[in-house]
Write a protein that binds this ligand. Structure first.
Ligand code: FMN
Ligand code: ATP
Ligand code: MG
Length: 457
């Protein structure tokens, strides 16, 4: 099967993992439901195009596992449903029908609304599970798992989401590596496609510096920050009221000509700021930058380096702001608890992230003594990481000895911070027992070369 071969032969480790997981979900579904009981919901969008080819591969692999006597089984065996609407883009309609012909899909075109169409399908066709190209980050994915029963009030069926954890980047890596056809709108700057009434090309892909009038757009796969996939969806704002451009300092600029101003809050994390040892320079700098691009900063606070303080503040702020910016405590040191606090406020786990792991691997490779997997933990559900070459993860070598030191001296409060991005790491000790501080300092000195320390007070 060409899809399986293309992915196996590519050198994109992350895509291989995502592919293997998606195939596993498909095969699980095919073990739980007979082929007559499943349907594939196809609408010509990029996510459902990925799913079409995964289903082709997944089915072939299942057949291969069953040692199909004819070798390569022919045809696409899944009932396919397409809710065709007069407000869909003509390019989407013709692509969907063209693909149905090209891959011999048994496609049923439904002209009713989703609920009635699904009701009829379930009653008359004994469908029990439907494959969807829903991904985390889609507004409709909230609360969904790879297997999620339909919502209350919907006809009863299992929603199967094999690409739930795929990022925008994974989708494009797959489509390009497998060299499969996709709808031509994606080559014209569309990055996520709804109806003709709510979808325009993504302004972040506009070529040249003009942000108004007719323009040319780069293809969807050129969008570097997948979190902005839906910037071309204009449900809440009419196209005339919002424009997005990127400025020379790399910040995105949103221009509104009405009163819809983005509200943001800033959280600085750091005991050293609250102890008055270090001044917070980043908060005021961010306030100036955000103000200059027209965002309203409603609050700027500093919290202590502990998971609950971070979680409580994030919880409070995220309900009243469009964007919450948090800085400090995101490194690899034992005192860096910001990510754990964010995870707690969203009620999710910290889980190893393959993309972050790969990034760390490229950054530190074999120098890393600790468990790379453990260092690449991020709140589960993050689908996009922004890469910034000038912001490497520093202090990795210091992380493991310092966390061991904390285990050896649980009664001493050991803090770490830097006064500036490139400044030395300051390690502070606090305890009522001066002798314990002295012992901890001696133990710390043993863990590093003497030249590693510039000053000891
Ligand atoms: C096969 C299928 C099953 C769906 N099941 C549900 C469901 O269980 N619960 C729900 O709220 N919406 C369900 N929807 C609706 C989608 O969540 C969503 O509203 C629809 O895909 C339109 O997305 P858009 O507004 O981004 O274009 C279903 C849609 C389809 C095609
Ligand atoms: N009109 C429709 N007919 C059939 N299935 C649909 C329809 N609309 C949505 N779906 C299902 O819901 C999934 C999620 O839709 P969504 O719009 O997020 O993704 P997409 O259309 O595949 O890609 P894109 O995000 O680029 O628009 C689709 O992949 C498809 O499985
Ligand atoms: Mg779509």
């Amino acid at each position: 099967m060409e899809i399986d071969k293309a992915v196996r032969e590519c050198d994109d480790r992350r895509l291989k993992t995502k592919y293997a997981n998606a195939i596993y979900v498909i095969q699980r579904a095919l073990a739980l439901y007979s082929i007559e009981e499943v349907a594939f919901s196809f609408n010509g969008g990029k996510d459902s195009t990925v799913l079409l080819h995964l289903l082709r591969a997944g089915h072939d692999l299942s057949e291969a596992n069953k040692k199909c006597p004819n070798g390569n089984p022919q045809g696409f065996p899944f009932r396919t449903i397409y809710f065709e609407s007069s407000s869909a883009f003509p390019e989407i309609n013709s692509f969907t029908h063209g693909i149905a012909t090209m891959y011999s899909l048994q496609m049923e075109v439904i002209h009713t609304d989703f609920k009635s169409g699904l009701e009829a399908l379930i009653q008359s066709k004994s469908i029990r599970a439907i494959f969807l190209g829903v991904r985390i980050g889609d507004p409709t994915a909230v609360g969904q798992e790879q297997f999620s029963p339909s919502s209350p009030g919907w006809p009863p069926f299992m929603r199967v989401n094999p690409i739930l954890d795929w990022s925008y980047r994974d989708v494009w890596a797959f489509l390009l590596i497998c060299k499969v056809p996709y709808c031509c709108l994606y080559d014209k700057g569309y990055t996520s496609i709804g109806s003709i009434h709510d979808t325009v090309p993504n302004a972040l892909l506009r070529t040249g510096d003009s942000v108004s009038g007719e323009g040319k757009f780069r293809p969807a796969y050129m969008l570097s920050d997948g979190r902005l996939e839906r910037a071309g969806r204009v449900k809440k704002f009419s196209p005339s009221t919002l424009s997005v451009s990127s400025s020379s300092d790399g910040m995105y600029k949103l221009d509104f000509n009405n009163s819809s101003v983005l509200t943001t809050s800033i959280i600085a994390v750091g005991d050293e700021i609250l102890s008055g040892i270090v001044e917070d320079h980043l908060g005021p700098l961010l306030c100036r930058k955000l103000h200059s691009i027209g965002w309203l900063v409603s609050k700027s606070v500093t919290v202590r380096n502990n998971i609950d303080s971070v979680a409580e503040e994030v919880e409070r702020m995220r309900s009243t702001n469009d964007i919450v910016l948090i800085c400090g405590g995101v490194g690899p040191l034992h005192s860096d608890v910001t990510l754990a606090g964010i995870a707690k406020s969203f009620g999710v786990r910290l889980a190893p992230d393959e993309e972050f792991e790969e990034y760390l691997w490229q950054l530190i490779g074999n120098q890393c003594k600790g468990d790379r997997n453990e260092m690449a933990l991020l709140p589960e559900g993050i689908t996009e990481l922004l890469h910034h070459d000038k912001l490497p993860v520093p202090l990795i070598e210091a992380a493991e000895p310092l966390s061991n030191l904390c285990l050896e001296f649980p009664d001493v409060c050991i803090g770490c911070y830097r006064k500036s991005r490139h400044g030395p790491l300051v390690i502070s000790f606090e305890s009522k027992d001066k002798a314990r501080i002295d012992s901890a300092v001696v133990a710390l000195r043993k863990k590093f070369h003497s030249e590693a320390f510039s000053e000891i007070n």
